[in-house]
Write a protein that binds this ligand. Structure first.
Ligand code: ADQ
Length: 496
């Protein structure tokens, strides 16, 4: 029986996945049930990197294979092209992109080195699943080395509008790299529409009658596969005693976001201040607890956010605070996941207002952690991918401070019947489309599109056909792939 090979920038110990949640849990389950291999960067940065990867067999039957990066590679590939070009551009922040720095060649060469290290570990009937913006070139490099296995790609961040993607000097080369995959998975239908739009405008891609796209010399499929959580992980959340300013009359608003410029933290603080200004009766009774762990502090664009946010929290607390009440309770570090679940449960409002976000798992975690008999209210940015599924949240424009301030008041005033209805509707979406459904639907779709490609270019080996049948069968659906050319092609299967 063939394996699933996961390739991502970083790998993790699959036996510890529960502590990381969401995507890590799904990937670990896939690897454990398919005798899998997880390949990526070890996290080490060293001058001498050698050729072969370090392969570590884990106790659950999974093998982890890693390579280190040189300081130059870390600078150009990770801090450079991935996090100072692709991350800002894909989140619509062209103003922050460092195009001129010449990072692209090293980005490509690190992917080539990763492909060369991975190739000797591959077996003929492996299915390869590559993750995220660090690794766009990987399939093209593997194809150039003769790898003919099915290769799927999932982008965890948004795909930007065509006009934004066209601004990347290397956009055509990136598109050619994407076309080397059999299936490209995106978070939302809006992302799929953006990518189709770009392929048509930027590289004269053509949508075929069956919904696949012909671009360059290849045919690829694109679909939306929204990432999710395991809601069972949050069922036992308990309201937490001992939270700062936790008196019986205090209602808590919770925010949990990496300290990233895409997460809309300064506008969130401004909106909370506007709420206190407009609705002064809440003075002393409402607290915003914002947990914002540090992230990518070596990337230039991140250096000022921490100071900006701390200054803002200080000035809002100074302006509105009382001797016995501090409005913003700000924590700049990581919190154990079980504690996080309890804090979600203790909060009357989950305030999730990124300026742009691929999905945003915090929104789903907040909903899943609520007391089903007396749930809180989710306020969600329309620019988080999660807004496509969680339509029963209070949806806000994160650029509109007044709208967020009013939504906080609406959420506080919302009667129990409406809170129950909204939470139940969102929970049911999350339960139906959990993290395991995400991985199953992606691998099922990859199996189907690969089998279709092989049918036109020669049949797969009997072992591979059997393997693909198993993967496809696990979705429980076998819908045809179609697109009328005006709507996004969507291969989500059970996630539609
Ligand atoms: P992120 O940008 O990291 O992920 P998100 O989806 O919200 O955003 O996931 C963050 C995860 O980290 C959540 O599971 C959350 O509980 C956890 N977390 C955050 N702060 C924490 C803290 N202080 N302590 C402990 N845990 C904390 C990227 C994309 C998203 C996409 C995911 C998955 O940017 O859009 O949803 O990948 O595809």
């Amino acid at each position: 029986m063939g394996r699933v090979v996961i390739v991502s920038n970083r790998v993790m110990d699959t036996t510890q996945a529960a502590q990381a949640g969401g995507v890590a849990v799904a990937i670990s389950e896939v690897l454990q049930s398919h005798r899998g291999l997880w390949f990526g960067w070890s996290g080490a940065v060293q001058a001498d990197v050698g050729e072969a990867p370090t392969v570590t067999p884990m106790t659950d039957g999974v093998a982890i294979a890693t390579i280190p990066l040189t300081p130059q590679e870390h600078q150009g590939y990770y801090l450079g092209y991935a996090n100072s070009v692709l991350w800002p551009v894909f989140h619509n922040r062209l103003d922050l992109a460092q195009f001129e720095a010449g990072f692209f060649d090293i980005y490509r060469s690190v992917n080539a080195r990763m492909a060369a290290s991975l190739k000797p570990l591959l077996e003929p009937d492996d299915t390869i699943w590559v993750h995220d913006y660090h690794l766009v070139p990987l399939a093209l490099e593997l194809r150039a080395m003769g790898v003919r296995n099915p290769i799927g790609y999932f982008l965890h961040i948004p795909f930007p509008p065509a006009q934004t993607f066209l601004a990347i000097p290397e956009h055509k080369r990136l598109a050619r790299m994407l076309a080397a995959y059999d299936l490209v998975g995106l978070q939302t239908e809006a992302d799929v529409a953006n990518m189709l739009d770009y392929l048509k405008q930027g590289v004269r891609g053509r949508i075929l009658q069956d919904g696949r796209i012909r671009a360059f010399d290849r045919v690829l499929s694109i679909g939306s596969f929204p990432v999710s959580i395991d809601p069972k992980e949050f069922v036992s959340a308990k309201p937490r005693a001992g939270l700062a300013q936790g008196g019986p009359t205090v209602r808590r608003i919770i925010g949990v976001d990496r300290l990233d410029y895409t997460k809309g933290l300064p506008p969130k603080f401004h909106a909370f201040a506007r709420f206190l200004e407009r609705y002064p009766d809440n003075s002393g009774n409402v607290v915003l607890t914002q947990i914002a762990p540090p992230t990518r502090e070596s990337v230039e664009a991140y250096t000022d956010i921490r100071t900006e946010l701390e200054t803002l929290a200080g000035s809002i607390n100074g302006r509105f605070g009382e001797l016995d009440w501090v409005p913003i309770h700000y924590i700049h570090r990581s919190i154990p996941r079980s504690t996080l679940a309890d804090i979600y449960r203790s909060a009357r409002i989950g305030l999730v207002t990124p300026m742009r976000d691929g999905m945003n798992l915090v929104a789903k975690e907040y909903v899943a952690a609520q007391d089903p008999a007396d749930p809180g209210v989710l306020i969600l940015s329309r620019f988080a991918g999660a807004a496509e599924q969680l339509t029963d949240a209070l949806i806000v424009n994160p650029y509109n401070i007044d709208e967020i301030a009013d939504a906080i008041e609406t959420a506080l005033q919302m009667d129990k019947a409406e809170r129950l209805r909204r939470n139940a509707a969102m929970l049911s979406v999350i339960q139906d489309h959990d993290t395991f459904a995400w991985s199953r639907s992606f691998l099922g779709a990859l199996g189907r599109v690969y089998a279709k490609e092989r049918a036109s270019g020669g049949p797969p080996s009997p072992e591979l056909r059997q393997r693909l049948g198993q993967l496809a069968g696990r979705t429980g659906r076998d819908e045809p792939i179609r697109s009328d050319g005006s709507r996004p092609a969507n291969l989500t299967g059970s996630l539609e």
